[in-house]
Design a protein around this ligand. Structure first.
Ligand SMILES: *Cc1c(COP(=O)(O)O)cnc(C)c1O
Length: 358
């Protein structure tokens, strides 16, 4: 076998250690996973009831068109169902978009650092990834720099708002001003995986811009605030006239019945989301107070994680925290850690530990 040439520079994804493995390896009773921005409160209880009912008809293929889910999403956002493409998590949606639009020699523009999957799929398709560093002081995406990086080969500009891992958020007026300056044949994708967590601005989604800028695509997921990462379900909202290529490359049954049923049920329980978001916001403040006092650099987060500088090698620090039962994410930037905001008690314990070992 000869592998596809574009894969030469890539390596398989290394997932974080599962809780059970860390428990066994370090002989720990309790292990808290704060490495993948999952919801510490789980998911809506209503989801479990809906899933239990769906378990009685596993012999049928799912609805490949996810009709009922699209209807619920359309109703929730007050948009047409025709604007929605559903995927097996946003990872799938990012792959679908890349596969349908990118060819050898094309370029994409991303922030650095940002979510790794934009780069991965572009590279697989043979496209070149242009990285525009975030502002090192604020962690904000450098939109002027991204505009300046546009060439005749640019196909996609990936925005992540709030950005993973910096946690920073750009107001919608700023996003609008940016999209207005991008040539209309270039896709601007706003990955809003953490949109629910934004509290600084009332309307924190780029969705309303879609009417004026058909080259915009907005991405949302049920993995983060909705707490359904295990089910693998997310979606894109885009202009109807651009749906065709994505529906062609999308696998016919890319989302499971359980994922669709779970998502519909989760969407209906907005009280769960409100509780999640308000607890997260007050815990985020405590983290930022702690980091300010510790005199380490960090970025203002509007997401469910904090990204900060460490006083020693961050991989070694992460290893020490793992021994203490806390799984966090190192390796995204030298000397920096990304920590998911968890239960209030766990956050406090983790801060106490950090005070003694960092
Ligand atoms: C977690 C994450 C995703 C992927 O989420 P899934 O829907 O679980 O595939 C996409 N984008 C960003 C920015 C994320 O942090």
């Amino acid at each position: 076998m000869q592998e596809k040439g574009t894969l030469a520079s890539l390596s398989p994804y290394v997932p974080g250690k599962p809780i059970a493995d860390v428990q066994a390896e370090y002989g720990l009773e309790k292990v808290v996973k704060l490495a993948s921005n999952e919801n510490p409160f789980g998911s809506s209880k209503q989801v479990q009831t809906a899933l239990a009912e769906a378990l009685t008809s596993l012999e049928y293929y799912p609805d490949g068109g996810a009709k009922a889910l699209k209807k619920a999403i359309a109703n929730f956002h007050q948009i047409s169902e025709e604007k929605i493409v559903v995927g097996s998590g946003l990872d799938d949606v990012i792959q679908i978009i890349s596969r349908a639009t990118l060819s050898v020699g094309d370029e994409i523009i991303v922030a650095d650092p940002t979510f790794s999957q934009y780069e991965l799929h572009a590279t697989v398709e043979g496209a070149t990834v242009i990285k525009v560093p975030v502002d090192s002081k604020t962690g904000q995406m450098d939109l002027a720099g991204m505009l300046a990086a546009i060439t005749s080969k640019t196909k996609i500009i990936w925005l992540c708002n709030p950005n993973n891992p910096t946690g920073t958020y750009l107001p919608q007026s700023v996003i609008q001003n940016f999209v207005a300056q991008v040539p209309s044949d270039i896709l601007v994708i706003s990955d809003e995986a953490y949109q629910e967590y934004v509290t600084i601005e009332e309307i924190s989604t780029s969705l309303p811009l879609l009417a004026d800028y058909p080259n915009l695509i907005v991405l949302r997921t049920f993995s983060k605030a909705y707490g359904l990462a295990a089910l693998r379900i997310g979606y894109a909202i885009l202009s109807e006239q651009f749906k065709r290529p994505f529906e062609i490359v999308r696998l016919p049954f890319n989302t499971s019945t359980l994922a669709q049923v779970g998502a519909i049920s989760a969407l209906a329980d907005q009280a769960f989301i409100q509780k999640t978001v308000s607890t997260n916001a007050s815990e985020r403040e405590k983290w930022e107070g702690f980091l300010t006092q510790a005199e380490v650099d960090y970025y203002l987060s509007q997401a469910n994680f904090v990204f900060f500088e460490t006083k020693q090698d961050s991989k070694k620090l992460a290893e020490k925290l793992m021994q203490a039962g806390y799984i966090v994410r190192a390796g995204l930037r030298d000397q920096w850690l990304r920590v998911t905001i968890g239960y209030p008690e766990d956050n406090q314990k983790l801060r106490d530990i950090l005070t003694t070992i960092w």
